[in-house]
Design a binder for this molecule. Structure first.
Ligand code: HEM
Length: 438
């Protein structure tokens, strides 16, 4: 549509919503006029993700959103987000995953879904609740993941979208049940999961001693600040946000990474060559290796660009009358930014449909092309960008490079790189043969 209507146009769904399609418009709205566009639209199907609207980070706005986002970021930073502590946590999960894979007796036809999911899930689980699920005792975790997975696919269905366009339809039988009430009921299953884990931690913590996990630290903030916006309801909502936003995205992205590596085995070999040269085989890759591994970094950028897991960001709403690049935007207008379009259509990506990690590197093979990097925005930009970007980048690097270091991934089923649609665009299921490399 952007080819016909340009980088900024209005769609009627049936209310008017502005769609931003290029980097310049997205930057002007979300960065230059960041405060004006941080509000959410509060319409289904988005409101069907959290348990209560206007709680936590993802589904709140205004001063309440600022408080929740600031509190969560402070806690994550105190726990070492982007520093050694968090790296140690990721490495622990990687080591457990490698043992699990090692123990798979038949490596000729492996589905990597659960090893990756549990590895990523345990990073977030340790941060939030301070423990890991054991591979042999992870049924509760798997049940939760299955519900969320189904939920995220279902939300993009025709019925939920119809209810979003015409909210009164939720009162009709069938459409209302499928498009609204069944989904709302589904949420209570994951609400129970989260509340049980939070309650266990709340009971264990005295409110004053050194916090050992996110729940403890949030409770400490509740006590120290006395701020009524920090309460158990918002604690549960923030924890759920981290589970939803932090686990499904990162684990799906890693599955995309392996799919691309199997489709392009020569690129997989080149990544492994760089890992062997920089890290060797006697230890796992670490964050201190990252600056010396430009090709691996370029591959991660290119997989994120091409897989484009979150083509549409969550809704943004403009709180006051303004203009974007000279185009009038009335107060209350909905704004959808298509980072899909930015990463597929910006002229900086030559032959954008080709999978070509080299586009990120200059001719010396080491220096990054800053113009290309600037427009690669899988975590969005501006005030409402991804809270977990630092952690996600660390996980992608450490988990991906550890897998490629140890195994060659050879497809044993068709690798189809077209996505399965949902709130998060996932790779199609595949199986692979794992060939140990040392
Ligand atoms: C590859 C992995 C990831 C990708 C591609 C990704 C992408 C994004 C994007 C594009 C947004 C902005 C959505 C919007 O504008 O509505 C976002 C928001 C968010 N992300 Fe991530 N994310 C990833 C991993 C994570 C992780 C690991 C965490 C937590 C530990 C996390 C937590 C969040 C939260 C809480 C928000 C909401 C921010 C707000 O509304 O203010 N994400 N993410």
């Amino acid at each position: 549509m952007s080819k016909i209507y340009g980088p900024c146009f209005t769609v009627w769904i049936p209310y008017p919503a502005i769609v931003l399609n290029d980097y310049e418009h997205v930057k002007e709205a979300f960065v230059t006029q960041g405060d004006t566009f941080t509000y959410r639209a509060h319409r289904s199907p988005e409101t069907l993700l959290p348990v209560h609207d206007h709680t936590g980070i993802l589904a709140s706005d205004g001063d309440h959103w600022r408080l929740q986002r600031r509190t969560s970021l402070k806690i994550l930073r105190d726990f070492g987000l982007g520093r050694n502590l968090m790296e140690e946590q990721v490495v622990r999960s990687v080591q457990e995953m490698m043992v699990q894979i090692e123990n798979i007796t038949d490596k000729n036809k492996v589905d990597m879904f659960w090893p990756i999911q549990l590895c990523v899930g345990n990073v977030i689980n340790e941060t939030l609740f301070g423990f890991h699920y054991k591979y042999e005792d992870s049924e509760k975790f798997k049940t939760f993941v299955r519900i969320v997975d189904k939920h995220l696919r279902h939300l993009q269905g025709t019925m939920p979208l119809l209810v979003s366009a015409f909210p009164w339809l939720r009162h009709l039988p069938i459409i209302g049940d499928i498009g609204y009430h069944n989904i709302k009921n589904n949420i209570s299953s994951y609400q129970t999961f989260i509340e049980e884990e939070v309650t266990t931690q709340v009971k264990q913590y005295d409110g004053v001693s050194e916090p050992e996990n996110f729940v403890h630290a949030y409770m400490q903030q509740m006590k120290q600040t006395g701020n009524p916006g920090l309460d158990i309801k918002n604690l549960c909502a923030s924890v759920l946000d981290f589970w939803l936003a932090g686990m499904e995205t990162t684990s799906n992205s890693l599955r995309w990474h392996l799919a691309y590596m199997m489709k392009y085995p020569e690129i997989q070999d080149k990544v492994r060559k760089e890992i062997f040269e920089v890290v060797g085989t006697s230890r796992l890759p670490s964050m201190s290796d990252k600056p010396n591994m430009p090709y691996t970094q370029a591959v991660i950028h290119e997989v994120q660009r091409c897989s484009n897991m979150l083509p549409f960001l969550g809704s943004h709403q403009c709180v006051e009358e303004t203009s974007i690049k000279g185009k009038h935007v009335p107060a209350g207008t909905l704004v959808f930014a298509q980072i899909w379009s930015v990463m597929k259509n910006d002229p900086v990506f030559k032959d954008a449909s080709e999978f070509n990690p080299d586009r990120y590197l200059q001719s010396d093979g080491k220096t990054f092309d800053k113009a290309v990097l600037e427009k690669t925005i899988p975590f969005s930009i501006g005030k409402r960008n991804c809270v977990g970007e630092g952690l996600a980048r660390m996980e992608l690097f450490l988990i991906f490079s550890a897998l490629i270091q140890k195994y060659e991934f050879v497809p044993t089923s068709n690798i189809d790189l077209s996505p399965d649609w949902g709130v998060v665009m996932t790779s199609k299921p595949y199986t692979c043969q794992l060939l140990p490399q040392y």
